[in-house]
Design a protein around this ligand. Structure first.
Ligand SMILES: [Zn+2]
Ligand SMILES: [Zn+2]
Length: 132
């Protein structure tokens, strides 16, 4: 006598009450305001970087200061308040000035200085030996 579980037991079938779909309209879902949001470039889905722009755009157009300390105030600032051309020119001038002020010692000069120092040291020792 096998009882098939598939069939409901005779007579005692409970009618299932349809569950009430309590559609709770939750008004608590506030939209969080993103302070760091890309709104200054078109890549709104990219990762935020700075100044309302994605990383690429920030580096390419986020820092657009103009040169102030040279005559080319219509050019973009490169470094130290001047444009790129002026900065590079100053840089090379500085290098040249340094080289002119302190010329690299020639090999002969180094050798002479070494010999001179050695000679003086030798004389000092010799003189001390005489005096003692
Ligand atoms: Zn961008
Ligand atoms: Zn300049």
């Amino acid at each position: 006598m096998a009882v098939t579980e598939d069939e409901p037991p005779q007579g005692g079938a409970k009618a299932k009450k349809p569950r009430k779909n309590a559609a709770k309209t939750s008004k608590s879902t506030r939209q969080i305001k993103h302070r760091k949001k890309i709104n200054r470039c078109e890549h709104v889905t990219d990762h935020y970087y700075a100044s309302g722009m994605c990383k690429n755009c920030y580096h390419s157009k986020g820092r657009v200061k103009m040169a102030e300390l040279c005559d080319h105030k219509d050019r973009k600032l490169y470094a130290r308040g001047v444009c790129k051309a002026c900065y590079l020119r100053d840089y090379h001038n500085r290098l040249r000035t340094i080289n002119e002020e302190q010329p690299p010692p020639s090999q002969e000069a180094v050798l002479n200085a070494f010999i001179e120092k050695d000679r003086r040291t030798f004389e000092r020792i010799a003189n001390r030996g005489d005096q003692a």
